[in-house]
Write a protein that binds this ligand. Structure first.
Ligand code: SF4
Length: 282
């Protein structure tokens, strides 16, 4: 059996940086309690390993004891929550992905200029809640072009269009064109989309074309991992989604001759390596 491993399998830049910051805190010899605000990554094995090393998980700023340290994850947090952290007297280590931070600052700039935000994103996603906190009060979040089409727009209002970093770039440009026909004064648009997800998906589709089965490694609760698996299935290649090597033991892959291997943006290299070694030994 031949194994073809995707070049971009595993952590994106933002997740890698956030984990490096947490690892640096754990290794600095300071014994203050350390917390993450919300799971720092959608990977149960990595979260378990941090829990074993004493890292606490707080759902809100109110749960944090003063005198501790807290890491803000790559998705970022609403600015009101950040203010709350500082008020509680905890040391804040901001691991917001630089691309998400840039989107927050651009949206803030537009709000200061009096523009109303139209945000293409998932309403209940933590990143979106953070981005919205930098916008003015009339901001509107929509998940589909249809939802935006049903939203009344005032031609006298200055709008700005932006997107959650993981949205599809092509869909965003189509939305921008649709808005240009609805708003005779034109529409300002912010470039906030990150290509990490799309590049992984494009490579996964190429992989699907070269293999007769694909193994996707990542947390089952990780949206980008599940989407990777769906795009490979949609390209016609049978796919198995696994979190660890144990999930593979009961699956018979020996009937395949070329197996693709890829992983979500929250999967550590050590788990991908272990699975690759297991597949090669079959
Ligand atoms: S997907 Fe992009 S924006 Fe999101 S954390 Fe990773 S690098 Fe940052």
């Amino acid at each position: 059996m031949e194994i073809v491993r995707a070049r971009l399998a595993g952590f994106c830049m933002g997740v890698g940086l956030a984990l490096n910051k947490l690892d640096a805190l754990l290794g600095d010899g300071d014994n203050r309690p350390t917390f993450m605000l919300g799971p720092i990554i959608h990977n149960p094995q990595v979260l378990e390993s941090y829990a074993r090393r004493g890292v606490g998980l707080a759902k809100t700023a109110a749960e944090l004891p003063s005198g501790g340290r807290v890491v803000i994850r790559a998705h970022g947090i609403p600015r009101q929550e950040e203010d709350e952290l500082f008020k509680r007297g905890v040391e804040v280590v901001d691991a917001t992905c630089p691309k998400v931070k840039r989107a927050q600052l651009l949206i803030d700039e537009q709000a200061q200029a009096g523009r109303t935000l139209l945000l293409f994103g998932e309403d209940d996603h933590p990143e979106v809640r953070g981005l919205l906190s930098y916008a003015g009060p009339d901001a509107f979040v929509f998940e589909t072009p249809e939802a935006l089409a049903a939203h009344p727009l005032d031609p006298a209002t200055a709008y700005v269009l932006a997107a959650q970093t993981t949205q599809d770039r092509q869909a965003f440009h189509q939305i921008k064109n649709d808005l240009a026909t609805r708003l005779p004064g034109g529409i300002a648009a912010l470039e906030t989309i990150c290509d990490a997800t799309r590049l992984r998906q494009d490579e996964a589709i190429r992989l699907a074309g070269q293999t007769d089965c694909a193994v996707v490694v990542g947390g089952k609760a990780s949206g980008n991992t599940r989407r990777l698996s769906q795009v490979i299935e949609a390209a016609g290649t049978p796919t198995v989604l696994v979190e660890t090597v144990d999930d593979l033991r009961s699956i018979n892959l020996t009937r395949y001759t070329r197996v693709g291997l890829t992983a979500g943006a929250s999967t550590p290299k050590s788990i991908i390596d272990e699975i690759e070694a297991f597949l090669r030994a079959l």
